[in-house]
Design a protein around this ligand. Structure first.
Ligand SMILES: *[C@@H]1O[C@H](CO)[C@@H](O)[C@H](O)[C@H]1NC(C)=O
Ligand SMILES: *[C@@H]1O[C@H](CO)[C@@H](O)[C@H](O)[C@H]1NC(C)=O
Ligand SMILES: *[C@@H]1O[C@H](CO)[C@@H](O)[C@H](O)[C@H]1NC(C)=O
Ligand SMILES: *[C@@H]1O[C@H](CO)[C@@H](O)[C@H](O)[C@H]1NC(C)=O
Ligand SMILES: *[C@@H]1O[C@H](CO)[C@@H](O)[C@H](O)[C@H]1NC(C)=O
Length: 354
């Protein structure tokens, strides 16, 4: 059974490589598949509220110690950035191996504080002004390594996504895309107790940016403690329906809210049953799947003309053996045309720029 499954996965992966030819090759000249390991070895550097660096959040940086100008992907952890990045080393390392500076931002404390955009901007300021020097001088990174922050992407998991949305409501800064994973709105896990939100159902957000939203089938399922990890009214379509740029909605139907975490955490969840999860689904395949979706989205947005075929990966079920339900709202975007982030304040609701 296992052999047959592996064989089918191999067939699927081969089919994907044949269909979308990414323009990246490894050091042996082999094509790099967005759903497989990337071409770079990755180093990890932890910054812990280093106030001497004017930093009051924790940053975990995963980056290639190699020549290049690597785009930045921020990743805000769950519960409003209060989950340590250590829960996500597999996901973040494999993302970075495709040639990005992945910066996980988190801070233990009240998720309510994370609704203040200043919280996250301090981290961005550090990345844009000090990170490259720090990696060169303290970590011995090669001199031709550069933090390509002019091409930045903002991603978040669970309630970390409201931090990302709050950012876009203020300023596009250097962000080119938004990645929402199991997005949850609100400052309280009990829907009736929520007093702060970033999305108002029935209203569009006041920014326009290409968005990838990944959700799971078990997100809205109520667990043994009587709560869903992503209650239906605070997650899923609440975000998708509010977006005004091209938005892909990918639902990994067999997976659960925290299946993207490292095995130690998902094993613990199997015991504690904190978020509903199916112990039979292969979690490592799911992480590879998420990396492939994110890499396809980022490389598509960075070069929508040359890499337009990568968007097909966001609209296809069964990649790496992960079944999905896929939806796409173009919101007026002409496929394969250039993309950018703009603020669309409510005074000009029909502002259009594509
Ligand atoms: C950086 O990563 C490489 C490749 O994984 C590893 O061999 C090396 O020990 C790492 N450097 C440090 C200082 O950890
Ligand atoms: C980065 O590479 C340089 C040159 O090979 C090496 O001296 C330095 O220790 C590496 N840094 C890390 C963090 O591995
Ligand atoms: C939710 O609100 C109820 C009623 O006000 C309160 O008793 C309860 O402690 C609240 N729960 C949380 C987690 O805030
Ligand atoms: C994902 O799809 C499953 C199966 O159709 C559905 O039960 C679930 O509500 C969907 N999840 C979200 C967040 O849309
Ligand atoms: C966008 O909307 C949010 C939430 O309503 C608001 O706080 C923010 O000031 C708005 N931004 C702009 C630039 O109008």
């Amino acid at each position: 059974m296992e052999t047959i499954r592996n064989f089918l996965v191999l067939l699927l992966v081969t089919a994907v490589v044949a269909k979308n030819i990414p323009d990246k090759v490894d050091e042996l000249g082999r094509l790099v598949d967005p759903f497989g390991p990337g071409e770079y070895a990755i180093n990890h550097t932890a910054y812990r509220q280093a106030l001497n660096l004017f930093l009051d959040t924790n940053l975990d940086v995963y980056a290639p110690n190699a020549t290049g100008n690597f785009p930045v992907i921020y990743f805000i952890t769950g519960f409003g950035g209060t989950v340590p990045a250590e829960a996500h080393t597999l996901l973040l390392t494999q993302m970075a191996s495709h040639g990005y500076v992945v910066v996980s931002v988190w801070k233990l404390g009240s998720p309510v504080d994370s609704f203040d955009p200043a919280w996250f901007e301090a981290a961005v300021e550090f990345v844009e002004t000090r990170l490259e020097n720090s990696l060169h001088n303290q970590e011995g990174y090669v001199s031709d390594f550069h933090v390509g922050y002019l091409h930045s992407f903002l991603s978040g998991h669970s309630a970390g996504t409201h931090v990302a949305v709050t950012q876009f409501q203020q300023n596009c800064l250097n962000y080119q895309g938004l990645i929402l994973i199991d997005a949850v709105d609100g400052n309280n896990p009990i829907p009736e107790n929520v007093t702060l939100t970033v999305i108002t159902p029935g209203q569009k957000v006041n920014f326009t940016v290409p968005t990838l939203q990944i959700v799971t089938g078990l997100d809205p399922v109520i667990g043994v403690y009587g709560l869903a990890c992503a209650p239906e009214e605070l997650s899923g379509k609440r975000f998708f329906d509010a977006m005004t740029g091209p938005t892909w909605y990918v639902n990994a139907t067999a997976y659960g809210h925290i299946d993207l975490m490292d095995p130690g955490y998902t094993d613990l969840n199997d015991v504690l049953k904190f978020c509903p999860s199916d112990p039979e689904t292969p979690k490592y395949d799911y992480i590879q799947f998420l990396v492939g979706e994110i890499v396809s989205f980022v490389n598509g947005v960075l070069d929508p003309v040359g890499n337009c075929a990568l968007f097909d990966n966001l609209e296809t079920s069964g990649l790496v053996g992960v079944n999905t339900e896929n939806e796409f709202a173009s919101n007026g975007w002409q496929r394969c045309s250039p993309l950018q982030c703009v603020l669309t304040p409510s005074s000009s609701p029909f502002f259009s720029f594509w």
